[in-house]
Structure formats: structure tokens, C-alpha cells
Design a binder for this molecule. Structure first.
Ligand SMILES: [Zn+2]
Length: 409
């Protein structure tokens, strides 16, 4: 292998063409990359990182080498001692650009110890032994479901969905919607939701319930955002138990720059929009609906956190030119630099690796190697890997620019 030196390496990334991606004139990822979209091809995710399912590549000499192979060979140079030791010689995060035309499956991710068990028992469904905390940052907009609503809101919503009483346990339903209950019991909601998910296997009963709701909603003059989504997703997924989740979860509409963080066990589904997503380097998903893929309801109910809170939207100052998205994740911390022309910033890597994605405009990166200053320009759609042994670099731009830098806190 050609010598690996401390410098920024441009990344060549892979696109995942999952069915729910945007296509043709709406295809966001090709636009970001300055490419022509292939006709009727869904562009769902761009993976930027070293995950073995779709590792990014860098150029060493005249060859393109997958980043996971580079890290395997140059562990300390690329990761630095701290990250190398803490994350067993691997890059701990995966950065994605995600573009959804319609809902992704409702899902939750296991915590670390659950992931180890699931991977050992069913490696075909759970390819990684790692947890997957994730942050989704809206680029233009994002509609999403995230976490259970506060109990009173669930009761309020479910009062207007009486069809559920005919599908799930009537007594549980009655307990949840009982108006004499000032605080509906969490265990009643948990019981009702669990039963709905389990009963979803009974296709006939599910179909009757879902179709009744649909008919009623179609006749309604004004509909809530949840009800609109119920109808829209029905057109795609048909009689899917996931549709009933719209009545239990927080529905959020994120503006540009706003974000949601989902920790282990928090149910969520991205519905529509273009986002930057960053997660621990893992592809473990436990699905619960709005999908044709493998569903594992028993596992989902086991790992799901029944916490009844608001969505917890991260809402940075829209005028700030530098936003740090702080979360409890140990694997990543994203900073967004949204700068006017003429900015200049010295960055220190703290001898840890980072990845930068240019989401708009153009930047110059200057670094010193062997006593000489070097410069590379990166423009919209470009991303690059900064190995840990590059201790310092400078970013500047003569244009307005928009960059996401992922570091390890
Ligand atoms: Zn997820």
C-alpha cells in the first residue's frame, strides 16, 4: 500500500437505492452531488464512513481503497490512540445524507447489551453487535414520528379513534380514554399498544380496523397531520399495523437546522424530507411496521422505551453561523458551519479522526505537512476524512458555505 500521510482525504461514497428514496426531479442526493439522476431510480441514502456494508473509499496512490481497510492497516494513524482503544480500532460513527419520499419503517434500535444478544442469536436480521443512537438534522424539512406522546395527548387522540376498541382489548381502550382519569395510566397505554402490535399479525382483523378508520377519515373535512399521514401512508403500505402508531407517537415537522436525537429504544419513523443523519457505526434496526422487510414485534416490544414525553426537538439559533449538536452519544458530535464569505477557522483534531461534508458552497482546507503548507478545495457534495495524525488544519472560504463536521467528543 502507498504511504498514508497526515492530510485530508476526499471520500468516494456509496448510494443506497432503497425504495422509499426520492427520485427523478425530486432526487436530492444526485442534486447535492451535482449528478444526473437515473430515471425512476430511488436515491435514499448516501453513506459516508467505514461501515463494511458500504464503506467510503479514499485514493491512495492511483488506487481507491475502502476506508475500513485503510483503518485496519493504519489504525493509530487514522484513529489516534484514544479512539483506537475506546472503539476497538474502528471508526465509531457513520454519517449519512438521507432523502425520504415516503415513510421509512417504524423502528427502534437496541442498546449495546441487547445488540450483542440479538446479533449472536439472529445475525441474519441484526448484522451488528452495536447500539445505534442517531441524530437527524433537517436540511430543508423533515416530517417524522418520534417517541410516545405524553399520556394525556394519547388519550385525547385515541378518543377520536373508536375503531381501535373493536380491534384491541376493549377494556384497555376504555381505561386509556376514560375522561375521569386525569392522567391515563402508562401501563394501560403500554398494554394497548403492545396488543395492537401483536394483533397486527391477524391480517383480517387488522384490515377491518384500518379500513374503517380510513373510510371515516376520508369523509372528514378537516384532518390533523396524523390523520393526513395515516391516509397518505395507507396508499403505500396498505393494511399495515404501523399506521396505528400515528395515534401514539409525537409527530414533528422540523424546519431547516432543527434536529431530533433518538437514543436506544425510542420508537421513530422518518416520514418525508432531506436530512443529515449521524449514528453509531451500526445497521441494527428492529422494525414494527410501514415496511415490507422483516418485522420483529416481540423484540421491538422488549427493547422499546415506553416513555411518554414530547419529541425533544433540538432547536439551534437559526442565525448562528456555528452550531454544535450536543447529544449523549459518545461516538459522534456534529458541528455545522454555516458561514458567510471570507470566514477562516483553525481546527484542531485533538488527535481524533473526523469527517467533513460540504452541503453548500465551497471551502479551502490548508494544512502543513513536512514543513510545507498544502491546500485543497472542496465544493458542494464533497466529503473528506481527516485522520487523527493530522493535528491541525485551517478552513476558509471566499464564498458562503455550509459544512457538517463530525468529531468524536
Ligand atoms: Zn433509526
Amino acid at each position: 500500500m502507498i504511504e498514508f500521510i497526515p492530510q485530508p482525504y476526499k471520500l468516494f461514497n456509496k448510494i443506497q437505492n432503497y425504495e422509499w428514496g426520492t427520485r427523478d426531479g425530486n432526487a436530492f442526493i444526485p442534486k447535492l452531488l451535482g449528478q444526473q439522476a437515473l430515471p425512476d431510480t430511488p436515491y435514499a441514502e448516501l453513506w459516508i464512513g467505514s461501515h463494511p456494508k458500504a464503506p467510503s473509499e479514499i485514493e491512495l496512490g492511483s488506487r481507491r481503497i475502502p476506508l475500513n481497510e485503510v483503518i485496519a492497516q493504519y489504525g493509530l494513524e487514522s484513529l489516534g490512540q484514544y479512539v483506537y482503544d475506546k472503539f476497538s480500532g474502528t471508526l465509531p460513527f457513520l454519517l449519512k445524507v438521507l432523502s425520504a419520499a415516503h415513510a421509512l419503517s417504524i423502528q427502534a434500535h437496541p442498546n449495546k447489551s441487547e445488540a450483542v444478544k440479538l446479533h449472536a442469536a439472529h445475525p441474519e436480521h441484526y448484522p451488528d453487535d452495536n447500539h445505534k443512537p442517531e441524530i437527524a438534522i433537517s436540511l430543508d424539512h423533515l416530517s417524522a414520528l418520534v417517541g410516545f406522546k405524553p399520556t394525556r395527548e394519547i388519550a385525547e387522540t385515541l378518543r377520536s379513534v373508536p375503531e381501535i376498541a373493536g380491534f384491541a382489548d376493549e377494556k384497555l381502550y376504555a381505561r386509556v380514554v376514560d375522561r375521569t382519569n386525569t392522567e391515563p395510566a402508562e401501563d394501560a397505554i403500554k398494554g394497548l399498544y403492545s396488543e395492537i402490535m401483536a394483533k397486527g399479525e391477524d391480517k383480517e382483523q387488522l384490515s377491518t380496523c384500518v379500513r374503517k378508520i380510513r373510510e371515516r377519515l376520508q369523509r372528514k373535512v378537516t384532518r390533523s397531520p396524523e390523520e393526513e399521514q395515516f391516509l397518505a401512508q395507507y396508499e403505500i403500505y396498505g393494511d399495515d399495523v404501523g399506521l396505528l402508531s400515528f395515534f401514539f407517537f409525537n409527530m414533528v415537522q422540523l424546519k431547516p437546522g432543527q434536529a431530533i436525537f433518538t437514543d436506544a429504544g425510542v420508537p421513530h419513523a422518518y416520514i418525508e424530507g432531506n436530512i443529515i443523519e449521524c449514528m453509531a457505526n451500526s445497521d441494527n434496526v428492529v422494525r414494527a411496521g410501514l415496511t415490507n422487510k422483516f418485522k420483529d414485534i416481540a423484540t421491538l416490544l422488549e427493547i422499546m422505551k415506553f416513555e411518554f414525553l414530547g419529541a425533544g426537538v433540538i432547536n439551534p439559533d437559526p442565525k448562528s453561523g456555528e452550531v454544535v449538536y450536543k447529544t449523549k452519544a459518545e461516538e459522534f458530535r456534529i458541528t455545522r458551519l454555516l458561514k458567510k464569505e471570507g470566514f477562516r477557522k483553525v481546527c484542531r483534531t485533538n488527535e481524533r479522526p473526523s469527517i467533513c461534508l460540504v452541503a453548500g458552497g465551497e471551502i479551502e482546507v490548508v494544512w502543513n505537512y513536512a514543513g510545507v503548507d498544502h491546500l485543497k478545495s472542496f465544493s458542494k457534495g464533497d466529503s473528506f476524512f481527516l485522520p487523527a495524525f493530522l493535528k491541525e488544519y485551517r478552513v476558509s472560504s471566499e464564498h458562503d458555505s455550509d459544512c457538517f463536521i463530525v468529531e468524536i467528543p
